[in-house]
Design a protein around this ligand. Structure first.
Ligand code: ADE
Ligand code: ZN
Length: 326
């Protein structure tokens, strides 16, 4: 249909994708072989068959196990470049990518190795593919605030390569305020701030309030449960914060893709966006996620355009770069 090709062809902006979550089974096996790591899977299907998660913790276990094949600068280059190539093939013009340095430094991989590989892929993606990108460093919320602070300090020599910081991993019993000091320091260092407020977590609404009142975020990742509190929605609107919602991801870790919630947020004038999260695990990149919402709630061209404008407007590009895209 016309809308199907409209979705495929429209210029796109992605604001919520974890580089480590773009590691496809095929590359997982390749890198394991190259690095002489024994995996208990003999082919791509066997890898995928082990992806039987149904909530956030069961996904995270598979996600951290999977990234054990990432060891060298070349590995980080390869996974990042493959994502950029795939994104560009769906006409993604600009993407803000998360990475999880602690998941690597905790295994003995140097921060420098991780970020240099990613950075080289970003430069090559820009030159050879014409896709622009920026990097957001996430802290793992199920580790201590001290480890996050150490990681923040470790990142400072690479500050020019990182636009902002985020917070991800298991939200249960790990509220935003656990990291108030870390984020205050990150702000002082010039980083922009975002945090995951995952869908249907314990205390979702109060966690979102914390990101506003105690942290002062510039964006909210997921944040779907804000719809349960009218005052919270009003405050998110007043601050013009983008919400980075990930439909196919939602469908895996909760009971639904939350497409109705996306439509409701658009209707309410909130700066909601559609993103892929961990596309190698929650299968589907930008196009598949937009199509999912379209199929669930039958949105039209104006809504699809609004979602894309929200993403460019809510991005962490300088004003004049946004205007070139809009
Ligand atoms: N790390 C990678 N993907 C994540 C997600 N969807 N939620 C929390 N942490 C993550
Ligand atoms: Zn995420």
């Amino acid at each position: 249909s016309k809308l199907k090709s409209f979705i495929e062809e429209m210029p796109k902006c992605e604001l919520h994708v974890h580089i480590e979550g773009t590691l496809e089974p095929e590359m997982k096996l390749q890198l394991a072989k190259r690095n002489h790591i024994k995996l208990p899977y003999k082919n791509e299907k066997a890898v995928r068959d082990a992806y039987d998660f149904d909530d956030l913790p069961s996904f995270l276990a598979v996600y951290y196990e999977g990234m054990s094949v990432l060891l060298t600068e070349q590995d980080f280059f390869d996974v990042t470049y493959a994502y950029l190539k795939k994104a560009r093939s769906q006409n993604v013009r600009y993407t803000e990518m998360f990475f999880d340095p602690q998941a690597h430094t905790a295994r003995g991989v140097a921060f420098d190795t991780v970020i240099r590989g990613i950075r080289r892929a970003q430069r090559q993606g820009e030159i050879e593919l014409g896709i622009h990108s920026q990097l957001i460093m996430c802290f793992l919320r199920d580790w201590s605030a001290e480890f996050a602070m150490t990681t923040l300090l470790q990142s400072l020599p690479y500050k020019e390569w990182i636009i902002g910081v985020g917070l991800d991993s298991d939200e249960k019993n790990n509220p935003p305020i656990k990291f108030t000091k870390v984020f205050k320091r990150a702000r002082q260092e010039g980083y922009l701030l975002t945090m995951h407020c995952d869908v249907d977590q314990d205390n979702s609404v109060s966690h979102i309030w914390q990101t506003l009142r105690d942290i002062g975020v510039d964006r909210i990742d997921h944040g779907v449960n804000s719809l349960e509190d009218e005052k919270l929605c009003d405050e998110i609107k007043r601050r013009q914060l983008a919400l980075t919602v990930c439909p196919i991801s939602n469908a895996y870790v909760t009971d639904s893709a939350k497409s109705q919630a996306i439509a409701a947020m658009l209707e309410a004038g909130m700066r909601v966006t559609v993103n892929s999260d961990d596309p190698a695990y929650f299968p589907g990149y930008m196009t598949e996620n937009l199509k999912r919402v379209w199929k669930d709630v039958d949105i039209g061209k104006p809504e699809l355009v609004q979602l894309t404008e929200n993403a460019f407007e809510g991005s962490w590009l300088p004003r004049q770069a946004k205007d070139r895209y809009l």
